[in-house]
Design a protein around this ligand. Structure first.
Ligand SMILES: [Zn+2]
Length: 237
C-alpha cells in the first residue's frame, strides 16, 4: 500500500482525517460520535469508530502527530497562549507558527486526499501536491500561502467544542475556500495560487504566532464565510 504523504510502499495505519483530540467530547456511551452534516439538512447522523482511513505509514503518522500534539496542548490550555478580546474579535499571541499552520494544512490535505463521503467536497486539484510537499517537508510556507481564518463557534455564548460540520467549499472574497468546523472553531482555508486579500492574511496566523479570531453564533454558521467576506471588504479587522 502506498502512503499518501511520503508515497512509499509501506503498511498503512488507519489514520484520522480530523484528529482524535477534537472528537473526545463527541463520543457517547456507545462510542459513537455525532456528525452534523450540511448535506443532510443539519439532520444529525452517527458514525461508528470516528472518521478513519488508511492514508499514512507509521513514520508519516508520527510526523503529523507531533503538530497535532502541540495544537491539542494549546487547546487544552497545557501550553498557555495570550488572548485579548475586543468585542467579538479575539487576538491570540504566542503560537508556534510552523506547528500550528502545518497542523491545519495537514487536516486540509488529508481531507483532500480522503475518499470518505464526509470530505467529498474537498477537492484540492493541483494544490493537493503543493500541500503534500509542504506537510511532508515540514514547510509551513509564508503567511499568505494557504492562509486560514478561525472563528470560535458559539451557541448562546457557549463554545461548541463538540460540533463537526461536513467540510464544504465556498467563495471567500472571490477566492476558493474550504470551511471546516472542529475543535470549537470554524477553520476557513483560502486555497488559491493568487495572493489573498490583506485582511484575510492579517487575521491568519503570522510568523510571530499571532492570530485574530472572530466569534460567531452557531445560528449564523452558514454565514461564517460571509462574515469573513465582510471583513475583507472592509479592508481590515
Ligand atoms: Zn509515509
Amino acid at each position: 500500500m502506498r502512503c499518501r504523504l511520503c508515497e512509499r510502499d509501506k503498511a498503512l495505519k488507519n489514520s484520522h482525517v480530523i484528529p482524535e483530540f477534537v472528537y473526545t467530547a463527541l463520543y457517547d456511551d456507545k462510542h459513537r460520535f455525532h456528525v452534523l452534516s450540511t448535506f443532510e439538512d443539519k439532520r444529525n447522523t452517527f458514525e461508528q469508530k470516528g472518521v478513519r482511513e488508511a492514508l499514512l505509514c507509521s513514520d508519516c503518522e508520527v510526523q503529523i502527530s507531533k503538530n497535532e500534539r502541540y495544537v491539542s496542548l494549546v487547546f487544552s490550555g497545557a501550553i498557555p497562549v495570550k488572548a485579548s478580546r475586543n468585542g467579538r474579535l479575539i487576538h491570540v499571541e504566542g503560537l508556534e507558527y510552523a506547528k500550528f499552520k502545518l497542523f491545519a494544512l495537514s487536516v486540509l490535505w488529508r481531507a483532500g486526499v480522503s475518499a470518505l463521503p464526509l470530505f467529498a467536497q474537498v477537492k484540492l486539484g493541483a494544490h493537493e501536491e503543493v500541500l503534500r510537499l509542504m506537510v511532508l517537508n515540514n514547510d509551513p510556507g509564508p503567511p499568505e500561502k494557504y492562509p486560514f481564518i478561525l472563528a470560535p463557534v458559539l451557541h448562546e455564548g457557549e463554545l461548541q467544542s463538540d460540533m463537526i460540520i461536513q467540510p464544504s467549499w465556498a467563495r471567500l472574497a472571490g477566492y476558493y475556500s474550504y470551511r471546516f468546523v472542529f475543535g470549537g472553531l470554524a477553520w476557513v482555508f483560502v486555497v488559491s495560487k493568487h495572493r489573498p486579500p490583506p485582511a484575510i492574511v492579517s487575521a491568519a496566523i503570522s510568523r510571530t504566532g499571532e492570530i485574530t479570531m472572530l466569534e460567531t453564533e452557531v445560528a449564523n454558521m452558514p454565514f461564517v464565510v460571509n462574515l469573513a467576506r465582510k471583513l475583507s471588504e472592509n479592508g481590515k479587522l
